[in-house]
Design a protein around this ligand. Structure first.
Ligand SMILES: Cc1cc2nc3c(=O)[nH]c(=O)nc-3n(C[C@H](O)[C@H](O)[C@H](O)COP(=O)(O)OP(=O)(O)OC[C@H]3O[C@@H](n4cnc5c(N)ncnc54)[C@H](O)[C@@H]3O)c2cc1C
Length: 481
């Protein structure tokens, strides 16, 4: 390879977005990726049976539509088509009951009976203001938001727990809806900030929908790679970088890795005090993921689940709260909360005609090697009797496997760090600029930096802006935080 101006380690969505911002500013950029292909948590492959394409990690992309990092990347010109189901997510309950969230707040409110008015009271203002809230939520958490009152009110309400929010509702349906969205956080549902997730994710469902990418999430990465290579950037795959001293000389080094990996890669070069703060960084629970090739659509009891791409499987608020508390206490729940997606509801390109793919994961203690397939299938069978009869093939990845597949998922933590109050605000360490490290010219751009997990590219954009600022350029189009 040539001597590049900037080296990016890790070709996940954040690494690629960082590389693109640097290349657009005129820097010669080289990217090193440990896996055999770029994409990190945004890839698609035939994991089970030939002809069945599964998203290896990310599948549902509401943040893509909202993210400033993708605003000037013409994904559609590269063939990326977002397919949005009429029901963003559904949550089945025993006895064929279900709560479904589509675009209309009024429709959901009408389906919730005595909780209808309370639902509209919470979500109508949130949906109205979500465009004002998102820039603050997707930013570095270090700047004054453009709409401080709206963002501040959202932040203050979100400080409370999901349980507190659920206590504002009477019906099992409304309370379950809160649990299903809150559990995305991997926090106990009694934890502060677990109330942010139902508010934000439900507002996103109403405002943008929860789309999948036609043919699979890898198309997003293909688009980023095409943009990058058109600007002369190089991507070398199959190259695991173990130490910063392995890298060729470059003024700027951007790492799509988490604090633990930075510590290992920097070795003795890391200033002691900064090293201690990195070592205190906390990882959250891991996931056990299963992909299935199915002979047909999932035979859900509740009709509404058949229209949704995302289904929150786990029963009532109390059941999900118990399961997530177990996970956070180091136990494997018997009846796990499962985050399920069935892309074939809107996408015929994932499987042979009439067949379906199914993707699901459940939370497990960090570093777990327990295979949860059996327990997850029992949960699916509970709400979709006959599910097991449709299975043509499956592939399971435990939390340990997740880390083996991607070193940035430490202990299987797919969010690159726990969503604790401290780490939501000061992620990864308490520094004015969260993307700079204590090593000159070295930046972090992974989901361990603000705003955290998800395919939105904002960690990458934040790191690139900081690097360009230090090079005397504000080329990424917005002031550095
Ligand atoms: C099962 C699962 C489901 C998910 N579902 C969703 C979803 O539906 N929607 C959503 O928005 N998000 C989802 N996510 C989260 C999303 O995938 C991540 O938040 C996102 O990919 C983070 O991007 P990143 O660039 O920070 O890191 P990653 O995507 O993790 O990429 C990091 C890259 O760096 C490489 N790397 C790490 N260390 C080194 C090294 N030392 N040398 C060379 N290369 C290295 C890795 O191989 C990897 O390719 C999911 C994740 C998983 C695992």
């Amino acid at each position: 390879m040539r001597n590049a101006d900037a080296v990016v380690v890790g070709a996940g969505p954040n690494g690629l977005v960082a590389a693109l911002a640097l290349a657009r500013a005129g820097l010669a950029v080289d990217v090193y990726e440990a896996a055999d292909e770029p994409g990190g948590g945004c890839r698609t492959a035939e994991l089970t049976v030939a002809g069945f394409r599964h998203d290896i990690c990310s599948a549902v992309h509401p943040l893509l539509l909202a993210s400033p990092a993708f605003a000037d990347i013409d994904l559609s010109a590269h063939g990326v088509r977002l397919l949005t189901p009429s029901v963003a997510f559904a949550h089945p309950l025993d006895g064929g009951r279900v709560v479904c969230v589509g675009s209309s707040v009024d429709e959901v409110a009408a389906s919730l009976g005595v909780d209808g008015a309370a639902y509209a009271r919470v979500f109508s203002p949130l949906v109205r203001d979500v465009d004002k809230i998102l820039p603050a939520f997707l930013g570095s958490m270090r700047t004054v938001p453009a709409h401080p009152l709206v963002a501040g009110e959202f932040g203050l309400r979100g400080l409370s727990s999901a349980r507190r929010m659920a206590n504002g509702f009477e019906t099992e349906e409304a309370r379950a809806l809160v649990a299903g969205t809150a559990a995305h956080s991997m926090l106990p549902l009694t934890a502060p900030l677990s109330g942010v997730f139902p508010r934000l994710f439900t507002a996103l469902a109403h405002r943008f929908g929860w789309p999948v990418v036609e043919g699979g999430s890898a198309a997003i990465v293909d688009a980023l790679v095409a943009e990058l290579t058109s600007l002369g950037a190089h991507i070398e795959t199959g190259r695991l970088v173990k130490g910063l001293d392995e890298l060729p000389p470059a003024g700027t080094v951007v790492l799509d890795v988490t604090p633990r990996q930075l510590l290992e890669m920097a070795g003795d070069a890391i200033p002691r005090r900064y090293g201690r703060t990195l070592a205190r960084y906390r990882y959250g629970p891991g996931v056990c993921k299963v992909d299935w090739a199915l002979g047909g659509p999932v035979p859900w009891d509740a009709e509404g689940c058949r229209e949704a791409v995302t289904v929150h499987v786990g029963g009532t608020f109390e059941e999900i709260a118990r399961g997530e508390a177990d996970v956070n206490a180091g136990r494997h729940p018997d009846r796990p909360y499962c985050l399920v997606t069935q892309p074939c509801v809107v996408d015929a390109h994932r499987a042979p005609a009439g067949r379906h793919t199914l993707w699901a994961y459940c939370h497990v203690p960090n570093g777990s090697d327990v295979d949860m397939t059996e327990r997850m299938e029992a949960q699916l069978e509970r709400f979709a009797p006959g599910f097991r009869d449709l299975i043509l093939g499956r592939a399971t990845s435990t939390a340990v496997d997740e880390e083996e597949r991607n070193p940035s998922y430490v202990g299987g933590d797919i969010n690159a760090g726990a969503a604790t109050l401290r780490q939501m605000v000061f992620r990864p360490t308490v520094r004015w600029n969260p993307y700079r490290t204590a090593l000159k010219g070295v930046y972090l751009c992974s989901a361990a930096t603000p705003p955290g997990g998800g395919v939105h590219g904002m960690c990458g954009l934040g790191a690139a802006r900081a690097a360009l600022h230090d090079l005397g350029q504000n080329g990424a189009g917005s002031p550095e935080p």
